[in-house]
Design a protein around this ligand. Structure first.
Ligand SMILES: NC(=O)c1ccc[n+]([C@@H]2O[C@H](COP(=O)([O-])OP(=O)(O)OC[C@H]3O[C@@H](n4cnc5c(N)ncnc54)[C@H](OP(=O)(O)O)[C@@H]3O)[C@@H](O)[C@H]2O)c1
Length: 327
């Protein structure tokens, strides 16, 4: 266990093994989030997961520029939102994020979702866009062409995907001029996505795990009664007691030891610190990892209902669960 950066063979750069999330889940203001980023940087975080749709890149940019930390010590990720798919829009959106963050390059730029389907901030779970449509590979590759152009121009160092499935990646990868080197995906002990993580790694990509603590304060539209709470799972709680740490630390140790880069969010200094320290020492034993393997429950929390299109059967259609892409 260490905080050494993880080398990226394809480019020669390296990425810090834990990041800080910055999605305010519709209830944390941009200023509060920026203050949390300031605290995180003081603690030692050097990897910040941003996105244009989080609505706080300008405030976070102010913190980055006044931090005194050298640019090459930081790893800054941003993402193009669903209303800006298509080559020209992607380039425009990346330039806006660069401007807002006050940077002249991004370490990583992701396609936030593989669907060009917009939903307004603060919408409820039944909100649907009349223009929403399923994954269409030709459209997606036009979006990807924008991502590649940003690398060629030198304003983005790495590009990647988010919320992709194996079926979609299998269609996409043979058509890339510049391959994705990261896939950001929901990953926590009750939702381990083992097959997808293996596939991503076998394709030379690094998995970034979002909602690594089980996102207890996610927007109401992403909550259902059947959802499990990772930090309250009896096995996670028991292992936390044995290590004398909070269950959050067990979720993060698990991710780190699985070769996943977790990006937990906190606005509290105490939690930011214990999350950062969780991956530095006191690793889980092989027996504990075996116990956590059985915590897997298919507990997808960010189901994405608001991205569904007319005629879709349900949120499962977004995730290609039977290996085929829903149309
Ligand atoms: N690519 C995508 O589509 C996508 C989707 C979702 C999320 N993300 C990214 O992933 C990041 C993390 O996911 P998330 O924010 O959904 O959820 P998360 O990191 O799993 O959980 C965050 C919540 O856990 C609490 N928490 C943090 N540390 C804690 C600790 N040590 N003890 C107790 N509670 C703790 C925080 O509350 P306090 O503030 O009170 O500590 C916060 O409300 C996001 O911020 C975003 O950057 C990406």
């Amino acid at each position: 266990m260490s905080t050494h950066n993880i080398p990226i063979t394809a480019t020669g750069y390296s990425i810090p093994p834990i990041g800080m999330g910055s999605f305010g889940s519709d209830h944390i203001s941009a200023d509060v989030m920026a203050q949390a980023v300031r605290t995180a940087l003081k603690i030692g975080y050097r990897n910040i997961d941003c996105a244009s749709v989080y609505g706080n890149e300008r405030e976070i940019g102010g913190v980055l520029s006044s931090s005194g930390i050298a640019r090459d010590e930081l790893w800054i990720t941003s993402k193009v939102w669903n209303d800006s798919h298509g080559k020209a829009n992607v380039i425009k959106s990346a330039k806006q994020s660069l401007h807002d963050l006050g940077l002249d390059y991004l370490d990583l730029y992701l396609v936030h979702w593989p669907f060009p389907n917009y939903h307004p901030p603060f919408c409820d779970v039944d909100s649907r866009s009349p223009n929403a449509r399923p994954f269409i590979i030709e459209e997606f590759m036009d979006t990807w062409a924008g991502m590649e152009a940003l690398v060629t121009e030198g304003v983005v160092r790495h590009i990647g995907t988010s919320n992709m499935t194996e079926a979609k990646l299998r269609l996409m990868l043979p058509n890339c001029s510049i391959r994705p080197l990261f896939n950001e995906m929901e990953l926590h002990p009750t939702f381990q996505q083992r097959a997808l993580v293996s596939f991503v790694k076998a394709e030379g990509m690094i998995p970034i795990g979002f909602s690594p603590l089980g996102s207890p304060n996610r927007p109401d539209r992403d909550k259902t009664e059947a959802d499990l709470v990772d930090m309250a799972h009896p096995i996670v709680v028991q292992i936390a007691r044995d290590h004398n740490v909070h269950p959050a630390s067990i979720c993060l140790k698990w991710a780190h030891q699985m070769g996943i880069i977790p990006i937990p969010l906190s606005t509290k200094e105490r939690n930011l610190r214990s999350n950062f320290e969780a991956i530095q020492s006191d690793p889980l034993t092989a027996e504990e990892l075996a116990l956590l393997r059985d915590v897997e429950s298919g507990n997808r929390l960010i189901k994405g209902q608001v991205f569904l299109w007319e005629g879709a059967r349900g949120w499962q259609d977004l995730w290609d669960e039977d290996g085929t892409i829903a149309r």
